[in-house]
Design a protein around this ligand. Structure first.
Ligand code: HMG
Length: 390
């Protein structure tokens, strides 16, 4: 039986910062951000949005289409955890009314967490062919005001239903993994923003890409010409562009053109929301499917490069399923991005500062999310409360 992604949902915040405004506030040439980094906007999460609300809202996009009697597993990958002990997935499970019988937990390895979850879900469905699993990557990327990483912040979640005989993409057997204990990016327990050795992190990302891509090609007797597209973890789109240049270096001219065009489609959403950490690779995949100017061929091979600092890399691939386009929510996503509120730099800085403050044991929060979406409603005795906006 083929196993893969059967449904996919995406959520981001309802506010963003235009990076032209950030460039002018920081005295930087706007082309550095637009071309040098390759980003246009970044999603900004306020106090009433966190990784739980993003995870819930991304899953609500397709939950009505899921047979809950078959669901056996719920995994949330995140590096923006809201509790040192309790899994964010329990809040998600409760809000979504998922069965109490499912196995559920949170996974952490920087941006690799959702991929770890996806691979566990693939193995789980292989072992339990009548069951399905939900895997969510949900994060808020924060580096700090006036840092070189500031322009590479972002927020959002991608949720995937993993099932046998999937409707969107069926994974090929196998994967190529590579890990090393290094300090390119990390967030100690007493920090609310990430520490990063930025330039070093970009070198390691490329090294891990080359390593895992070459291994995957050799294992499966493939070349770059065998791929319709390769999708990447996109901390910022220029990072993926550099990896894609490595990928196409030995490709035939027509394959090279195809891989370059499809790379551009895969970056469209990432340019508008910024780094999603765990969800980023899967947003690139969704962006490719929803922004390519023609429907991709059934059976087209799509590569996935997942990278999590610290560091862990993995390359794997899948083949698109005929009719996949019927399972996308392209118009909904376009509207979601178009209807966000643009913040001034002063508003963004104010929100950013407020989200870093410690909350008291008891607090009620209100939210301006659209009705029907979930928001973080505050704490009662330090227990987090989530509500559906009426
Ligand atoms: P920086 O100091 O702003 O970089 O930091 P820069 O001065 O080298 O400029 C960046 C690019 O803009 C350069 O191009 C410049 O030439 C160009 P490149 O050499 O890279 O091709 N540039 C211009 N282009 C056009 N017009 C201009 C102009 N001026 C300059 N006028 C850095 C950049 C990415 C290091 C910083 O933003 C950072 O530290 N970001 C956070 C770390 C990060 O995202 N690392 C990526 C790899 S690690 C990863 O992906 C994991 C991660 O997602 C976390 C996880 O796993 O959990 C981060």
């Amino acid at each position: 039986m083929k196993i893969g992604i059967d449904r996919i949902g995406f959520a981001t915040t309802n506010k963003y910062l235009d990076l032209d405004d950030l460039a002018s506030a920081r005295g930087v040439d706007p082309n550095k951000f637009k071309i040098g980094i390759g980003q246009n906007k970044m999603a900004v999460a306020d106090l009433a949005e966190d990784i739980v609300t993003l995870a819930i809202n991304s899953t609500l996009e397709y939950l009505a289409e899921v047979d809950l009697t078959k669901l056996g597993l719920l995994i949330v990958g995140t590096e923006s955890g809201i509790d040192q002990s309790k899994s964010a997935s329990l809040f998600v499970k409760e809000a979504l009314n998922l069965p109490n019988e499912i196995r559920t937990f949170e996974v952490k390895e920087a941006c690799f967490g959702a991929t770890a979850g996806l691979m566990m879900a693939r193995d789980y469905v292989r072992a339990h062919p009548n069951h399905t699993a939900i895997v969510i990557g949900s994060d808020i990327a924060r580096y700090g005001l006036q840092t070189s990483g500031e322009v590479t912040q972002g927020a959002g979640a991608v949720s995937m239903l993993v099932a046998g005989d999937p409707h969107i993409i069926a994974f090929e057997e196998g994967h190529a993994s590579y890990s090393e204990d290094i300090n390119d990016f990390w967030r100690p327990n007493n920090f609310k923003t990430a520490l990063v050795d930025g330039k070093y992190s970009t070198e390691i990302y490329l090294k891990f890409f080359q390593q895992t891509f070459d291994t995957y090609l050799a294992q499966n007797k493939l070349t770059a010409d065998d791929f319709a597209a390769i999708t990447y973890h996109l901390p910022f789109t220029k990072m993926g562009l550099k990896a894609n240049r490595l990928a196409v270096a030995a490709a035939a001219p027509d394959s090279r053109a195809r891989l370059e065009d499809n790379f551009e489609y895969s970056t469209k959403y990432g340019r508008e929301v910024g780094n999603l950490y765990t969800g980023s690779l899967y947003l690139s995949f969704l962006s490719l499917l929803e922004n390519a100017d023609t429907v991709l061929q059934p059976g087209a091979r799509i590569g996935f490069f997942s990278y999590g600092s610290g560091a862990m890399g993995e390359f794997f691939a899948g083949e698109l399923v005929a009719g996949y386009e019927q399972y996308l929510k392209k118009e909904l996503h376009r509207r979601m991005l178009a209807e966000r509120r643009k913040l001034t730099v002063a508003e963004y800085e104010d929100i950013f500062t407020k989200t870093l403050a410690d909350l008291p044991a008891d607090i009620e929060l209100t939210s301006d999310v659209t009705p029907g979406k979930y928001y973080f409603a505050g704490q009662s005795g330090f227990a987090r409360q989530y509500r559906n906006k009426k």
